[in-house]
Design a protein around this ligand. Structure first.
Ligand code: NAG
Ligand code: NAG
Length: 420
């Protein structure tokens, strides 16, 4: 990786993105000031059958659940949970098979983030109760997916990937697995980065042959409007702190460099972390303080620094493109061109049923950036594109909002039923 060649804007974008994701992770509904900036202790996971998502968050609530694993073509061992039916539903008497739904979380969190509200408010359980066969994926590098057939997570080689590899390896492995296991086309739900990776895949014509429809929540694709609030300040003051992160293979948001970065920003004279939260994540309308506490005990999760840099490039460059090595010779070696190839979102098949929901308060999936995304979809078949705008919603409301069932999830279920 060309760390010495990172342009200041990349670092700036990286800083802004890291910060806002970190801040997203520490955003409580109230009493921010009484909470010190420390993340939950790392939860040590031993046997997933005892401590995994199924045991702690699904079976405990009276649902069936299976812990599974999927190996990607590049050797990562991903954990996957299956909730085959709703609570108290006994097998299948209708003669029609349940439709599978893959639920994909965003960056710096894992599949657990869907289970932090009360059971009646959690997306996967709602889908199961609505008659779907639900599959929860966990991206490489997060606590239940920190395994590889030969690489060790303590070594940099384990972390040599960006969201390009989630497009090329993680998503196809999960789709193939669910498609093969169920013999059916799937529905997909992606939040945040889970929407970007899906859109990028679809634009290359991948996954679509195994897909019935996709729902993209807080969709991110274009990110250039995200990075406005503290841009100047970051450029002037924080490039130094950020530089020390670059070259660290694992981006552990609970780790010392990331925590120091956030602390130094909050300690900066005249900077009020309460305002930072508002400036960066948007004002989530509907979070439950107890759920936020639970979130802090479970998240955030690691990703690769290369992934964060790639996201920062997306912010800086205003295009959805593959990872930029920052040097023409490296790019030529990788791609045969001095510039990394773009993912042309206009090439998403026009008859692919897509449901998009975005929030008016979302600072990550900014409404203007979603506007750009919609512009790339302007020739999409009108009866295959459903767009929902929720004025009060911000980024985290989509996974933890106490009203999300009524506002979002039921609409997603209905969309899937209409496109089965
Ligand atoms: C908030 O979470 C707590 C703990 O799970 C729960 O008892 C309470 O009902 C939740 N409040 C709302 C408004 O959902
Ligand atoms: C993307 O694809 C569309 C339609 O296929 C094409 O008109 C457009 O020029 C492409 N954009 C870029 C930047 O290549």
């Amino acid at each position: 990786m060309a760390k010495a060649n990172m342009a200041p804007q990349t670092l700036l974008g990286f800083a802004a993105l890291s910060l806002l994701l970190l801040i997203l992770a520490v955003e409580p509904h109230q009493a921010y000031r009484t909470r010190s900036i420390s993340f939950g202790k790392k939860i040590v996971v031993g046997d997933p059958s005892k401590n995994g998502i199924c045991a702690t968050s699904v079976i405990a609530n009276g649902y069936k659940c299976q812990e599974l694993q999927v190996i990607t073509k590049d050797g990562y061992i991903l954990s996957l949970q299956r909730i085959p039916e709703g609570r108290g539903q006994q097998g299948d008497h209708s003669g029609t098979k349940k439709q599978p739904v893959i639920v994909q979380h965003g960056v710096l969190v894992d599949g657990m983030s869907w289970f932090l509200n009360t059971p009646k408010q959690n997306l996967p359980l709602i889908l199961a109760d609505n008659g779907f066969d639900v599959w929860i994926s966990n991206t490489r590098g997060t606590r239940f997916s920190r395994r590889h057939i030969s690489l060790d997570p303590s070594k940099p080689a384990f972390w040599d990937w960006s969201w390009d590899e989630l497009v090329s390896y993680d998503l196809p492995a999960i789709f193939d697995f669910v498609y093969t296991q169920t013999g059916q086309k799937v529905h997909y739900i992606g939040h945040s980065l889970g929407s970007l990776t899906a859109l990028a895949s679809f634009s290359e014509g991948n996954l679509v042959s195994q897909l019935n429809s996709a729902a993209l929540l807080s969709p991110i694709a274009y990110l250039s409007h995200m990075n406005t609030a503290l841009g100047d300040l970051l450029a002037k003051s924080f490039v130094g702190e950020v530089t020390m992160l670059v070259g660290i293979a694992e981006f552990d948001p609970k780790g010392i460099p990331a925590t120091n970065l956030l602390k130094s920003l909050c300690d900066y004279p005249g900077i009020d972390c309460y305002d930072l939260i508002t400036a960066f994540t948007g004002n989530n309308c509907c979070l439950n303080a107890s759920t936020v506490d639970l979130f802090l005990r479970n998240e955030p999760q690691s990703t690769s620094t290369k992934n964060m840099v790639h996201l920062a490039q997306t912010v800086r460059d205003g295009v959805v493109a593959k990872f930029n090595y920052g040097r023409s010779d490296y790019n030529i070696m990788q791609y045969g061109d001095v510039q990394p190839p773009i993912y042309n979102l206009s090439n998403i098949p026009k008859n692919l049923p897509l449901f998009l929901s975005y929030g008016g308060q979302d600072a990550l999936a900014d409404a203007s950036d979603v506007g750009n995304l919609l512009d790339s979809l302007k020739f999409h078949d009108v009866d295959k594109l459903s767009v929902q705008f929720i004025k009060d919603y911000a980024h985290a409301d989509y996974i933890m909002g106490v009203t999300a069932k009524d506002v979002i999830y039921n609409a997603v279920s209905a969309f899937f039923n209409d496109h089965s």
